[in-house]
Design a protein around this ligand. Sequence first.
Ligand code: DHB
Ligand code: MG
Length: 209
Amino acid sequence: MFKSSTDYIRQTFAPETPEMRRARESLADPNDRIHISPQDGKLLHVLAKLADARRIVEIGTLGGYSALWLASALPPGGELVTIEKEERRAQTARANTAHDTRIRVMTGDALDVLSTLQGPFDMAFIDADKIAYPGYLDGVEKLVRRGGLIAADNTFLFDSVWHDAPVERVRETARKAMRAFNARLADPAKYAGILVPTKEGLTVAVKLT
Ligand code: DHB
Ligand code: MG
């Protein structure tokens, strides 16, 4: 009946809406494959509910798949601002999320767009240029309220964060950046944080200050 524990979780806890399925299937370019799984998406939804999120900011929209999962946790008057650097992806995401007026896809460099936003936000989700994560954290720390949540995908950085030896596809500068990023969210003076061992690693931290 179930192929694996993952299959059981997906079928039991993480059924996709038709819009989510369409978003996942909308990206023809194999380089643009969506890496957020339905169970990752549902975890983001649960985290947004725990944060009682009315306003969420996301860095890295791609096709809008994670945006749909995050927005599915918002109350009727809520807002999800999602930032995408590539206009082509942003257009796809706008089409995939057009049915939900709470989702706003903004195009541009994340640090530029973040500086135009007014806080407070209840949650931030980072899933973009991995080497830029420390800079993104500087930006979202200013926007997320105390008690709010910061989550970030790919924080295993393709398993390079915990391996001693360099990992082929990951530059040393990127590995250093991701280790520094995780170390900041592991600081108990500022965050209650943990790296949740999803397939690619999802760091989750409650902002204490
Ligand atoms: C890759 C995976 C991701 O989750 C992501 O955000 C970016 C790149 C990858 O496997 O290349
Ligand atoms: Mg990712």
